[in-house]
Design a protein around this ligand. Structure first.
Ligand code: DGJ
Length: 754
């Protein structure tokens, strides 16, 4: 792995075993992008990859007889106003009102490893040899502004990360109006665009469509989180690329606020992709000596389809983004009381639920919303982070002690960025909410956003919640956030708000390093890499229906590791969809995640409790494979556009995790609706060793809902890896009938025969 610099030709080549990224200083002293893709040999000059020709109406930005036009030149950080009529990546307003800049090459620095971007989250190296960083220094003389383009190439992964740093070196004050974290260009547009989109309770559905002329992409504008509507992710896939093959470029922003994720196809069918903080309502004032650092963008290259892209993201995030005690550690099996009680609980009820959970083998009891202030519904109490002694007479300290005495760990829900107007906090600090004087204060879920752009607000909340944690035995915190921002005061507020959130996360995770944090935002509206830096897992969705979760977790897995997906078995009929699914299927989807329960186990039948006990044991046996060591192979997509099998579009779904030595795997097959007199279906595995003989084992018994005596009847057969991958496992339709028909599923344990 190396950053190669050819001084004579001004050429930079970032390369490792898999990838090459090449750019150079061009004749106008700006940075020209030349190539990004599969590894190519190094050359002192790649000048021949610069293409230019005389075109009508082109503006030339170098003295005659040059033909250098920004209109068709690929650039590393395109700016406004000198003949490039596409969208710029950087716009700086100067004192005279001009937005033109001309960033000229000054020099470069190379360092081993990579530096921290705190307070912004970013990927990191464990050893200096994990990555190399190149900083290219540019300067615009007229605005006296320095621009540093930072690139890190990882040694063992096809990953390049980028961010942008701007410093006012002179005496003027300038206003940053648009600062992208990265911009990259290709001189063709033969791509499909893939994005992860949705809304509350249907987060991160996969969409794939051909790139078209003009601008397309996604955004997040809600201020408080990356959003359920669009994830800060996009991928460019060659039209013939699939889950398993073909060229894919995946891009992800390590940020939890407003984002722009955009592709533009120009008049010459070139593609420009950029990613960064969305410029809507963004402005950043820079005075002498001040700097602005953009969030980091991650660029993943794959020559083996979406699957390989995802495994690269997973590996990067598990090893170079997630921090703390739970990095590469199995997650406790929890029971959360939200869907069991909502706000209607007292200590006795909670202890009763916890006792049954303990009996079933659960390890962590989580107390959700409603334990503090006057919080008996969602109209009041947010902001008053002290216990409601009427509900919980022994306080959180007493309750957590009682839970621990049962042999369980204790976890607590918080929503630290919000306030209800009916709260002591709002009554004493009405000026602490985000708003604009004279404007109506929009509300959502009866709550308002605390102004975390003010350090005194962050300090106050930190002290209040740290006191609760210090006085109790807390092993886990669910950090919720349930509304979007409105009436933001000025162009700096939204980004400063996010920096305040990150600051609070950093302070709490530093003071309480043993606590497992799970982020949450009305379900999965904050499922982003920014959050993963502080909280290694995130509540994937408020939709806990097993059938819906197939899609949500499958889509989420495009970028984020299995271990990051908060996933629980909940009651039937499901509270969001009123649907009944077999308890076996609910567990079979939840086990591809952090795994837990979100119901009162006291209300289950004896047979169901026996099933729960088996599920917990199963998860304890397999969680290291699922959450820490295994690689994820998606086998059948619930999204028709990315299917590759003869499964009827969207009705079936399957995936598997495979151990690094390829001796153990766990595959799951799920169906939506049952079929009568159906065609044959084989489940073709992936990632196995073709030459190893495996034993495939599954539970052939009917689901407990069928009321049979035994719900365990393990069956198995042996087959080589090549057979399992190419001939596949025949799916037994009759077994699916016995397991409940609609929404039935089967887990296959795959173990190498000694
Ligand atoms: C929204 C979360 O997504 C739910 O899991 C739950 O914690 C509620 N908030 C509590 O108000």
């Amino acid at each position: 792995m190396a950053v190669i610099v050819h001084e004579r030709t001004g050429t930079f080549h970032l390369t490792n075993d898999a990838v090459s990224y090449v750019f150079r200083v061009m004749e106008n002293h700006q940075m020209e992008h030349l190539y990004y893709g599969a590894k190519i040999h190094d050359r002192e000059s790649f000048d021949h990859l610069h293409e230019e020709t005389m075109r009508s109406q082109m503006s030339i930005s170098s003295p005659e007889p040059s033909l250098l036009s920004m209109q068709y030149t690929k650039q590393e950080m395109p700016v406004y106003g000198t003949g490039d009529y596409r969208e710029p990546a950087l716009v700086i307003r100067q004192e005279n009102g001009s937005r033109i800049s001309d960033f000229q090459y000054q020099g470069y620095r190379i360092s081993n490893g990579k530096k921290s971007l705190l307070p912004l989250p970013a990927t990191y190296t464990n050893e200096d040899s994990d990555a190399e960083t190149l900083e290219v220094i540019l300067y615009d003389a007229l605005s006296e502004t320095e621009l540093i383009l930072s690139y890190t190439i990882f040694a063992a992964l096809p990953v390049i990360t980028r961010h942008t740093e701007i410093t006012q070196k002179g005496t003027q004050s300038v206003v940053l109006e648009r600062v992208m974290s990265m911009s990259c260009e290709w001189n063709d547009a033969e791509f499909d665009l893939v994005t992860l989109d949705g809304g509350w309770a249907r987060e991160r559905y996969i969409h794939r469509r051909p790139l078209a002329s003009g601008i397309q992409g996604v955004l997040g504008l809600n201020g408080t989180c990356s959003g359920a509507e669009h994830n800060p992710f996009l991928a460019l896939m060659r039209p013939d690329a699939t889950e398993q093959s073909g060229e894919v470029y995946g891009l992800n922003l390590i940020y939890s606020g407003n984002h722009l994720d955009q592709a533009e196809v120009s008049t010459f069918d070139m593609t420009r992709v950029m990613m960064g903080i969305h410029p809507q309502n963004f402005e950043w004032n820079l005075q002498t000596g001040e700097s602005f650092i953009s969030p980091e963008a991650v660029m993943v290259y794959s020559r083996a389809g979406l699957g390989e892209m995802s495994r690269t993201f997973h590996s990067l995030y598990q090893n170079h983004l997630v921090r703390g005690k739970y990095k590469n550690e199995v997650r406790p099996i929890l029971l959360n009381n939200w869907e069991a009680t909502y706000f209607d609980f007292n200590e006795e009820k909670l202890l009763n639920i916890a006792a049954k959970a303990k009996e079933a083998g659960v390890e962590l009891f989580v107390l959700d919303d409603g334990w503090f202030g006057a919080r008996n519904d969602d109209y009041r109490g947010l902001g008053d982070w002290y216990v409601n002694l009427q509900k919980l007479p022994s306080g959180i300290s007493g309750l957590s002690k009682k839970i621990e005495d049962m042999g369980l760990k204790f976890g607590l829900w918080v929503e630290l960025e919000m306030v209800n107007k009916d709260s002591d906090l709002y009554r004493s600090h009405p000026d602490w909410i985000i708003g604009t004087e004279g404007r109506f204060e929009s509300h959502a879920r009866h709550q308002h956003v605390l102004d975390y752009s003010k350090p005194e607000v962050v300090d106050y909340i930190y002290e209040m919640i740290a006191k609760v944690i210090r006085e109790s035995s807390i092993s886990y915190i669910k950090w919720d956030m349930n509304r979007y921002m409105t009436e933001p005061g000025n162009g700096e507020v939204m980004h400063r708000y996010m920096l305040g959130v990150y600051d609070l996360y950093q302070r709490l995770t530093s003071e309480f390093p043993d606590i497992l944090f799970e982020s949450c935002a009305s379900g999965g509206a904050r499922f982003d890499a920014g959050m993963l830096y502080f909280a290694p897992q995130a509540w994937t969705s408020d939709d806990t229906d097993a059938n819906e979760r197939r899609k949500i977790q499958y889509g989420t897995s495009l970028v984020y590791p299995v271990a990051s997906m908060g996933s629980h078995v909940s009651a039937v009929p499901n509270h969001q969809l009123f649907r009944k699914t077999p308890i076996e299927s609910r567990a079979n989807i939840a086990c591809f995640g952090t795994f837990g329960y979100e119901l009162d186990l006291n209300l289950l039948s004896d047979a169901e409790i026996e099933a729960v006990k088996r599920q917990v044991q199963f998860m304890k046996k397999y969680r290291r494979l699922i959450q820490v060591e295994g690689k994820l192979y998606r086998l059948i997509s619930p999204f028709p556009a990315v299917n590759r099998t003869n499964a009827e579009s969207g009705n079936e779904m399957a995936w598997a995790v495979v151990s690094p030595d390829r001796k153990t795997a766990l595959a799951a097959f799920y169906q939506r609706l049952n079929k009568v007199n159906a065609s044959w279906l084989r489940l073709k595995l992936d990632g196995l060793n073709p030459d190893i003989l495996y034993r495939i084992t599954w539970n052939d018994a009917a689901g407990v809902e069928a009321g049979e005596e035994t719900a365990v009847d393990m069956k198995s057969y042996e087959a080589y890896g090549d057979e399992l991958m190419h001939a596949g496992i025949p799916i037994d339709r009759i077994l699916l009938n016995r397991k409940g028909g609609d929404f039935a599923s089967v887990l296959y344990e795959v173990e190498a025969v000694e």
